[in-house]
Design a protein around this ligand. Structure first.
Ligand code: SF4
Length: 245
């Protein structure tokens, strides 16, 4: 029996069929000064970025973020406009009940599972935290349907902590430029924690989300209109900085 050694058979002959693909081209990591310049430009363009999810208080923010998994903010806002008019506290959500909650959010993907999580976390909040959303990561991550990303959003947006939530947009932009490349959201989060200057941390994930959502889009990045084009090293940029008009 022939022995394979990384795409070759013993003796140097190639393995028939698919060969190992070349390593992906990775752009060189931006230096700290460039990262500072990137966030300075984001700040100059949008000094006070905000989440596009609609919410009334820490509880409704938590619910909106739980509902937003694999859904658009616009789609979530459409459903929560009605939902939060009916229930904007965990007590009211429990009183609303599963059938009514499920019906109110049925336009959102995975709504049945999300409804169960919203009720389960509401029950925990009432029983263990007096109906309040806890302001620490450990307690948040123990709530049903709440992972690290959701906890980061709530800590940042409801409690003003400089946490950086890594969603699909933050992940993509951080890897493309690259600001903080990584294979997992946690790797990217840790990289951003290390390289984003303190003064920009509080708003970093908002700027990166908005940049990814409206400019550095997944399929067709609008590099011609990108305010950090000259600082971006992504080899597949659709327009180079010196070609912009
Ligand atoms: S130049 Fe293009 S790829 Fe680079 S950050 Fe801007 S939009 Fe994204």
């Amino acid at each position: 029996m022939a022995i394979k050694t990384r795409g070759k058979l013993a003796g140097g002959r190639k393995v028939p069929g698919r060969q190992p693909t070349a390593k992906p081209v990775r752009a060189k990591l931006r230096d700290a000064a460039s990262v500072r310049e990137i966030f300075a430009r984001f700040k100059a363009a949008l000094p006070e970025p905000r989440t596009e999810l609609h919410y009334r208080n820490p509880y409704t923010l938590l619910v909106a973020v739980v509902l937003s998994a694999q859904a658009t903010d616009a789609g979530v806002n459409k459903a929560t406009e009605k939902l939060f008019a009916l229930a904007d506290t965990p007590q009211k959500m429990l009183a609303l009940g599963e059938a009514k909650l499920t019906d109110t959010i049925k336009t959102i993907g995975l709504y049945r599972a999300k409804a169960k999580n919203v009720l389960a976390l509401s029950e925990r909040l009432v029983n263990e935290y007096g109906g309040k959303v806890p302001d620490n990561r450990e307690a948040l991550e123990e709530l049903p349907g709440v992972g690290r990303k959701t906890a980061n959003v709530v800590l940042n947006t409801a409690f003003g902590e400089p946490t950086i939530a890594v969603d699909t947009h933050v992940f993509r932009v951080s890897n493309r430029v690259p600001i903080a490349p990584g294979k997992t959201p946690r790797e990217v989060e840790d990289g951003l924690e290390n390289i984003v200057p303190e003064e920009y941390k509080r708003n970093a994930h908002h700027w990166l989300i908005l940049h990814g959502r409206y400019t550095c889009k997944a399929l067709k990045p609008n590099c011609g209109a990108c305010i950090i084009n000259d600082l971006c090293r992504w080899p597949k940029k659709t327009v180079k900085a010196d070609k912009r008009r």
